[in-house]
Design a protein around this ligand. Structure first.
Ligand SMILES: C[S@@+](CC[C@H](N)C(=O)[O-])C[C@H]1O[C@@H](n2cnc3c(N)ncnc32)[C@H](O)[C@@H]1O
Length: 495
C-alpha cells in the first residue's frame, strides 16, 4: 500500500498554522506548544535511548519483551554521498508472540528503534490493547469485489456509520523499516523477513499470508510492499519510516475520494480507521493510498508506478465530463494554495483566499486539509476582532478536526476553546493596523461579489497580490450566508 504518512504532524502543516498564529500576534515560543500535538512534542523533547536492550554482538539473545531471539543482519547500503563507501546498518527481526492477547507483533528495525519500542511506547503490554474494535463489532465484512480483489464493506444489516466513527482499532502485526526493504542482498532480506513473519502466532501468520500480493518476488516481501502503510517512528533521532501491516486495514481498497481515513497512534501502536463521512449499509469502505490531489492521468500513472496497480476507483472511472470538472477543481485548489500569503503583513488576504479554497476542497470531496484552513481563518478573524466569524470558523474546524483526529484530540479541543471564548483567546484583537486596507480586488466583501456597498475604501489598483490572477475564482463563491461587510452583528446562525 505504501500510502503517504497520515500523521498528526503532517495533518497540520506547521508552517501554515505558524504563519496564521504569527499574524495573530502569538509569540514564537508559544507556537511550539500550540502547533505540535502532545505526543509529537514529547517525542521531540524526550530523546530515545541509543542503546538496545538486546545484545548487539550476535544473533541469539532473548531479552524482554521479545519472545524470540532477534535475528540480525549487517546490511551495507549504497552510499549516495560518497561512491565506494557503503553505509552499514544493523537490522533485526524482533517478535513478541504474546503481544495483544496472542495476536503477536514483529518488527524489522535497527536495535536503536527496538530499544525505543521497549521504553518509549506504552503498548508492549502482553495483556492486549484496550479499546480494540474490529470485525466482531459487526460493522463490516470482507467481500470479493468485481475488479479489485477483496474489499471491506459496511454490513448491510447495520445502521449507517457516521463520520468520525471508528471502524477498526487494531495493532499492526508487522512493522518493517522502509530502508530494510531496499536491502541489496536478497538472502539477507529473506532471512530476516521470513523470521519476522514466521515467528508470529499461527493464526496471525495465516491471516497475513492470505493477504493480497501485487508485486511478485518473495511472498513476505510482496506482502509487506502491497499491504504496508507508511508511518513515522518519532521516538529515535532520525525518525525512520516504517511500513505497518495491519491485516484488517489491509483489506481496504484505495479510492481517490475515500470515505474513511486512518490514524496511527505511535504511543499505543493502534491503527484506527475512521469514517470520513457517513457510510451507508452495504457501501464499500475505502481509504486513499495517496496521490489523490493529482489530475486523473497523473494520479493513475503515479499509482501504477508506486503501487503497481491500475486504479479502478469510481473517480478514475468517471465520465470524461466529471473527470474534466474534477481536474479543473484540482488545478484551482493548487493555484489557490500557491498564492496563500506567507508574509504576516498580507494576513487580510487569507480572508479572501481561504473560503474559496475550502469551498473548492469541499466540492472536490477532499476533506483532510479543510480543518487546518478553517482554523487559520478563525485565528485571523479573531485577530481582527470579528467575534462571530472567528466563532463560526472555529466551530467548523472543531467539528472537522473531530472527524479527522477525534473529538478528544487536542486540535479539536483548542478550536473548541476559541469557539467558546473568542474574546478571551490569545489571538483576540492582536492585529495592528487596518485589516481592510490594501486587500485588493476580489476580497470577499468586494462589491463585485456581493453587490453590496461598503464603508471601507479599497485600493484596487495597488497592492495586488500576485495570486490575484486567480481572483475570478471567487465568482460563484458560496459565501455561506455571510454579509461580507466586517460588521459583527451581520453574521448569524452558522453552526
Ligand atoms: C492493500 S490491498 C487491498 C485489499 C485487496 N483488494 C485484497 O484483496 O486483499 C491493495 C491491493 O488491492 C488492489 N486495489 C486496491 N485498490 C484498488 C483500486 N482502486 N483499483 C484497483 N485495484 C485496487 C490492488 O491489487 C492493490 O495492490
Amino acid at each position: 500500500m505504501m500510502a503517504k504518512v497520515y500523521h498528526r504532524q503532517r495533518l497540520l502543516p506547521v508552517d501554515l498554522v505558524l504563519s496564521a498564529l504569527l499574524f495573530s500576534g502569538i509569540a514564537t515560543a508559544e507556537l511550539f506548544y500550540t502547533a505540535i500535538s502532545p505526543a509529537v512534542h514529547d517525542g521531540i523533547v524526550k530523546t530515545a535511548p541509543t542503546t538496545c536492550s538486546v545484545a548487539q554482538d550476535g544473533y541469539t539473545f532473548n531479552t524482554f519483551p521479545w519472545t524470540y531471539n532477534p535475528t540480525c543482519v549487517n546490511v551495507v547500503f549504497p552510499n549516495e554521498e560518497e561512491e565506494g563507501l557503503g553505509v552499514h546498518q544493523t537490522l533485526c527481526a524482533y517478535t513478541n508472540a504474546n503481544y495483544n492477547n496472542g495476536r503477536g507483533i514483529s518488527f524489522i528495525v535497527s536495535p536503536e528503534v527496538a530499544a525505543s519500542i521497549t521504553t518509549e511506547t506504552y503498548a508492549m503490554a502482553v495483556g492486549g490493547a484496550e479499546g480494540e474494535i474490529g470485525e466482531e463489532m459487526g460493522m463490516w465484512e470482507v467481500k470479493e469485489t468485481e475488479d479489485r480483489g477483496k474489499g471491506l464493506f459496511a454490513k448491510k444489516d447495520v445502521a449507517a456509520i457516521f463520520a468520525g466513527e471508528s471502524l477498526i482499532v487494531k495493532s499492526p502485526v508487522l512493522f518493517v523499516s522502509k530502508q530494510f526493504m531496499t536491502t541489496p542482498s536478497t538472502t539477507q532480506r529473506e532471512l530476516v523477513l521470513s523470521k519476522a513473519v514466521g515467528q508470529l502466532p499461527a493464526k496471525t501468520k495465516k491471516t497475513v499470508k492470505s493477504l493480497a500480493k501485487s508485486w511478485g518476488g518473495s511472498e513476505a516481501f510482496d506482502l509487506v510492499k502491497t499491504n504496508g502503510i507508511e508511518v513515522k517512528w518519532p521516538w529515535v533521532d532520525e525518525v525512520p519510516q516504517l511500513l505497518a501491516l495491519t491485516p484488517e486495514v489491509a483489506r481496504i481498497n484505495h479510492a481517490c475520494r475515500p470515505n474513511a481515513i486512518w490514524r496511527f497512534n505511535d504511543y499505543t501502536l493502534a491503527f484506527d480507521v475512521v469514517a470520513l463521512k457517513d457510510i451507508k449499509p452495504g457501501e464499500e469502505i475505502t481509504l486513499s493510498y495517496g496521490f489523490e490531489k493529482r489530475s486523473r492521468k497523473r494520479r493513475m500513472l503515479t499509482i501504477k508506478a508506486n503501487l503497481n496497480f491500475n486504479c479502478l476507483c469510481s473517480l478514475c472511472q468517471a465520465s470524461e465530463d466529471d473527470i474534466e470538472a474534477s481536474n479543473d477543481r484540482l488545478s484551482e485548489i493548487k493555484a489557490l494554495k500557491s498564492v496563500l500569503p506567507t508574509d504576516p503583513a498580507d494576513s487580510p488576504q487569507l480572508l479572501g483566499l481561504l473560503p474559496n479554497l475550502i469551498k473548492a476542497l469541499d466540492e472536490e470531496d477532499l476533506h483532510t486539509d479543510t480543518p487546518m484552513y478553517e482554523e487559520i481563518l478563525a485565528y485571523t478573524w479573531s485577530s481582527f476582532g470579528i467575534e462571530d466569524r472567528a466563532k463560526y470558523w472555529a466551530g467548523r474546524a472543531r467539528k472537522h478536526w473531530g472527524v479527522l483526529l477525534g473529538r478528544e484530540s487536542w486540535e479539536s479541543k483548542r478550536c473548541g476553546d476559541l469557539e467558546d471564548n473568542v474574546r478571551g483567546h490569545a489571538t483576540w484583537m492582536t492585529w495592528e493596523g487596518d485589516p481592510w486596507e490594501d486587500v485588493g480586488e476580489g476580497h470577499p466583501w468586494d462589491e463585485k461579489l456581493n453587490g453590496n456597498s461598503h464603508d471601507h475604501e479599497h485600493d484596487h489598483a495597488g497592492g495586488q497580490h500576485e495570486g490575484h490572477a486567480h481572483r475570478e475564482e471567487t465568482e460563484g463563491e458560496d459565501l455561506s450566508g455571510f454579509d461580507q461587510r466586517p460588521a459583527r452583528d451581520q453574521f448569524r446562525g452558522h453552526t
